[in-house]
Design a protein around this ligand. Sequence first.
Ligand code: BGC
Length: 757
Amino acid sequence: MKTVDQIVRAMTLDEKIALIAGKNFWQMEGVPSAGLEQIMLTDGPHGLRKQAAASDHLGLNESVPSTCFPPACLMASSWDEGVTRSVGEAMGEECVAEEVSIILGPGVNIKRSPLCGRNFEYYSEDPYLAGKLASGLIRGVESKGIGTSLKHFAANNQERFRLAGNSVVDERALREIYLKPFEIAVREGNPSTVMCSYNRINNVYSAVNRWLLTDVLREEWGFDGFVMTDWGAMSDRVEALRAGLDLEMPGPAKENAAKVRAALEDGSLSMDELDTCVRRLVSFILKAEKVEKKAYSIDAHHKTARDAAASSFVLLENDGALPLKKEGSYALIGSLAEHIRYQGAGSSKINPNRVDTIRDLFPHCSYAEGYDPVTGETSDRMIADAVAACRGKTAAIVVVGLPDSYESEGFDRTSMDLPQGHVKLVDSLLDEGIPVIAVLLSGAPVTLPFRHRVNAMLLCYLGGEALGSALESVLTGMVNPSGKLPETFPLRLEDNPSYGNFASDDRNVLYKESIFVGYRWYDYKNLPVAYEFGYGLSYTDFEYSRLSISSDAVSFTVKNTGECAGDEVVQLYTGLPSSRIVRPVRELRGFEKIHLEAGEEKQVVLPLNRDCFTYYDVVTKSFEVEEGEYEISIGASSRDLRLKGLLHVDGTREPHVRGNIADFASLFDGSLPLIEETGCIDMNTTVADALKTPGGKEVLGPVARMMDETYSGDDTVSRMMKAMVYEMPIRGLWMSQVENFSVDDTLKRINDINSRK
Ligand code: BGC
């Protein structure tokens, strides 16, 4: 067997240049001189989206059937690395069976706003939780010899302008919040690849960000895999090579290949720089070659999907209506019970092996649709039918949530509200005196005006293909719910710290709240919330006692004081009230899910280490520990802190921060890194902006008209496609299947016309 170096030495220049871009939409090039075959990559992140025929990166065309595991929004509520690991192992096995070498995920972008259209693909508002759970998934997949692609690196937290936006984030917030989940996942999960994001960070596109891709990712964190672009995220190919970006996807990238060749010829790029990337790609291909095809069990994976979902649902309210009573009889209301929403729209959309709907699992219940499944609207007749279906029943199980058209890759929501029809339905049933058990299907927080009136409410997020059977097991009490919220449910959108600075019409997205994201903000401002980070009820109760804190561990006892077995997620938070710098009141630094039989008690020991106390110091350029009396809290949620103690920790007495958070520019020494408006149309100008010029209108007008005609509706696909194309930089247009598209020619034509007019 030849070594990587031997193979690279024997490769021709053509082979090397071909290898650094995709062969097509889903394959890498092979290395013919070394007999290495092309390998396949597919989405991700909650199952395999392998497209055998027509390809796309928005989940529009068919893909081969595979298990649709719960999307990250639900898996995150498990607070259990064991859950993400087992899902990862199963996904790895499906890759092995389908001869896919890399699955594109997990996505660990922080949920900065509840409105991000893609929140369902991400884990949490907290970097520690996101990083830990993603590490579990990565280890699971990679244990099968399959690569993962940790994405979208980095600060890609909204869909608006996702291809052309500029995330303006101060250094401390980047390090403590936005890069942290990547850091944990790289250090602990060790993914084979990382996918760079579309956006710019502080005015530098991720694909060409040497600081991000080399200094931080490789040199600081020790990443030794390869970096690929998100689909169409390449800006300047030669600069990207120097920055540490190895693979451009999709391919083939003919114009960029010519640019790389020219740069080698004129000496602006060295063969060593090219070889460094080629070496990383060849090493992975060699590893992938060793994996042998093997079938997987569809039944076993369906069960994995079910178990993962059942241990993640979050019980938000319960006055004893749940679990369902054996002697009770129930009505099932809401067309989402039949047309269940179990995954989000876009590139992660799986063609599931099978789907357990809710309605199928509750055949003995009377049923009424309650509202239109697509629009979410209700009518007097629908409500009357629902009331009739509840006559003589113990309670109504009412399924509400967001229809597909509300959340998708490509665009963000504009409100946190449920469809009015869903709210009206629930209110009407309650007004009739009917006990309501609400089941909530949505990929992100919504406002729940009826939350204090319903008798019980179970949040299922988007549950994957086994949603129905998992729900049955939890509603009937076969499984005791143990999920906890991986994000805050604010009372109002206006309370969210990114409010006013999220998905606006400005391509510069100012992260003015800095480190105060999610509960860090609500706690700092002492704001009331609907449900706090880490919250979730159980059918049993847990009592915490006997706290003891030493310099390297916290130990305490948890007792199940109720009548049934259950799992509890114990959470460790630390804070430094006397800090010399501004800091969150408390931050999650550890957690564990424990199982307790009824009446059983256990001693839990959570480790304490340096990472439990750090902040990012902008002068020493590293995570530092500040000396002081730390408050150590053990909680059943971030606001239900059951045990508290103090620990003195040695460290620096001179922590440094830059500026102050109330004055955003001061965090950047006065000058914000905004996009410079040159007035010229270049490869990074969006189609929408180019269309405002005469040249753009003439050259790109036909493409725009074709788009408008093909996607004239207000459905998910039309909104996604329009956002995609209009907000796309011109350099990405070739991916939209415009025939013989050349970026350079297009720019030249536009600018020629503009200079004449
Ligand atoms: C998404 C990625 C995805 C890729 C390939 C992009 O639009 O942002 O998450 O992996 O397409 O489908």
